[in-house]
Design a protein around this ligand. Structure first.
Ligand SMILES: [Zn+2]
Length: 116
């Protein structure tokens, strides 16, 4: 007995042929590892519409890591996330520790240019 049949019986015990499903939907785990159980009633929407569950494969932490550190010649820099409505509160970042330092809000990295 498929998972959908069990769901259909749970919803309407008198009818086991409310809809048909030829294959059990394969669920892609999210970045936190969550998936729908095979018997989860939320799977019905994908079986009925024939659509697949959309899972984001581009995580923000990976995307921001691809942005190269911005070289600056000051020991203290400020970041406001680009300003405007899409920015964040302005913070100051100390670049005295070696290596690139990242903004706590947006993750942009800044690095002190050598020779200054
Ligand atoms: Zn920032």
């Amino acid at each position: 007995m498929s998972g959908l049949t069990r769901i259909a019986r749970r919803i309407n015990p008198g009818s086991v042929r409310m809809f048909s499903c030829s294959a059990v939907c394969q669920d892609t785990p999210t970045h936190t590892g969550q998936t729908f159980d095979e018997n989860d009633v939320r799977n019905v929407r994908f079986d009925v519409t024939g659509l697949k569950k959309q899972t984001n494969t581009q995580w923000a932490i990976d995307l921001i890591a691809k942005v190269p550190p911005k070289k600056v010649n000051k020991r203290v820099v400020s970041c406001d996330g680009g300003g405007g409505a899409l920015g964040h509160p302005k913070i100051y970042i100390n670049l005295d520790p070696s290596g690139p330092q990242s903004c706590n809000y947006c993750g942009l990295r800044f690095e002190l240019e050598h020779g200054h």
